[in-house]
Write a protein that binds this ligand. Structure first.
Ligand code: F6P
Length: 378
């Protein structure tokens, strides 16, 4: 039976993640091979909401030529925004205050005007929540999960995570030699929002001596004891990997601010940990914040492949008549799960997972237990 779909749109929203262009490429090719026309919406939904601000009217024709040679590129060729929530769009009033306006109806009208039959929306929990709302408002769509944080339920992995972990590990590798030469503590702060996946995986893969994650509120006494213990055994340097969302037991998250229409910005915990450790141990401590470097650059082949699989699966889902679902990695296959289930809660590091057990077996400290006498690490 011939599909009712003639034209689809692709939109990328929220923070960029390496692998987005792989999704755009495979979804475009899979759709075109079905005879569908494909357009990309610029900057989340802004291309449809503010067409006058774009020389091309806010939509990019996604032809085979346009998606050629983009697999290795980081970022998204469509652009993205984390200030374009159509349900609660921030509009500044004449007195300088901000009002959140629901622009759902206007957005749906634009889809009609452009004769777009269905949408593939690529994003994290924020964009997928918007996707669920648009689906319930009548827009046929399929979601594709994206985040370097790997914090989405119902998918074993998200693209961008592997690239972020790989790069963070390489940076920590490099910090080892300078930390060793100077006999310093180096605290490396990594992104990940309220989940410790990046810190845990990068810290373990690069041999960090302590790892502080949001799932385990920390006390610095055990970390300082580990530093001192290592020093007594001839290792005058220590590497501490801290997730931006880590917080002291009984203390608060480190928040650097919140702009209108955006989620709170985390940051600063690394500097606090370094200052306190320097004070507690008497050893010089420095901080390195990897920040947005983790989101930049070329995706790993794992993330490219996952992006390709997700993009093509989203087109197959639409072709098979699925709506309001998210494609999800469930090895060895890619499934479709209801969007409502996918965004119901955040996927944080389970305290009983084998990675944590492995790290503890090796003597890596999480700021919740005094180090054993033999735990000096590498
Ligand atoms: O969700 C991805 C992420 O990179 C988080 O790890 C980080 O907290 C946040 O986005 C940073 O967002 P922004 O690019 O708006 O500063």
């Amino acid at each position: 039976m011939e599909s009712a779909i003639k034209r689809i749109a692709i939109s990328t929203g929220g923070g960029d993640a390496p692998g987005l262009n792989a999704v755009i490429r495979s979804a475009t090719l899979a759709a075109r091979n079905r005879g569908w026309d494909v357009v990309g919406i610029r900057d989340g939904f802004n291309g449809l909401l503010f067409p006058g601000e774009y020389p091309d009217g806010g939509l990019i024709a996604l032809t085979r030529e346009r998606v050629r040679g983009i697999l290795h590129q980081g970022g998204t060729i469509l652009g993205t925004t984390n200030r374009g929530n159509p349900i609660a769009f921030p509009v500044q009033q004449s007195d300088g205050t901000w009002l959140e306006v629901d622009r759902t109806r206007e957005l749906l009208n634009r889809f009609d005007e452009h004769r777009i039959d269905a949408l593939i929306t690529v994003g994290g929990d924020g964009s997928l929540t918007i996707g669920r709302h648009l689906h319930e408002a009548g827009l046929p769509l399929v979601g594709v999960p994206k985040t370097i944080d790997n914090d989405l339920e119902k998918t074993t992995s998200t693209f961008g995570f592997d690239t972020a972990v790989d790069f963070a590990s390489e940076c920590i590798d490099r910090l080892f030699s300078t930390a060793t030469s100077h006999g310093r503590i180096i605290v490396v702060e990594v992104m990940g929002r309220y989940a410790g996946w990046i810190a845990l995986h990068a810290g373990m893969a690069s041999g960090a001596h302590a790892i502080l994650i949001p799932e385990i509120p920390f006390d610095l006494e055990p970390v300082a004891a580990l530093v001192a213990h290592r020093e007594r055994h001839g290792a005058k340097f220590s590497i501490i990997c801290v997730a931006e969302g880590a917080r002291p037991a009984g203390g608060d998250l480190s928040i650097v601010g919140k702009a209108v229409g955006q989620a709170e910005r985390l940051g600063g915990v690394g500097a606090k940990v370094a200052a306190q450790l320097e004070h507690m141990t008497g050893r010089e401590a420095r901080t390195v914040v990897l920040g947005h470097l983790l989101r930049g650059g070329s995706p790993t082949s794992f993330d490219r492949l996952l992006g390709l699989r997700f993009g093509a699966a989203a087109v197959r889902a639409l072709d098979e008549g699925h709506r309001g679902v998210m494609v999800a990695l469930n090895p060895p296959t890619v499934d479709y799960v209801p969007l409502a289930d996918a965004i119901s809660r955040q996927k944080t590091v389970p305290l009983d997972c084998d990675s944590l057990a492995t790290a503890r077996d090796m003597g890596i400290n999480f700021g919740d237990e005094m180090p054993s006498r033999s735990a000096i690490g590498q």
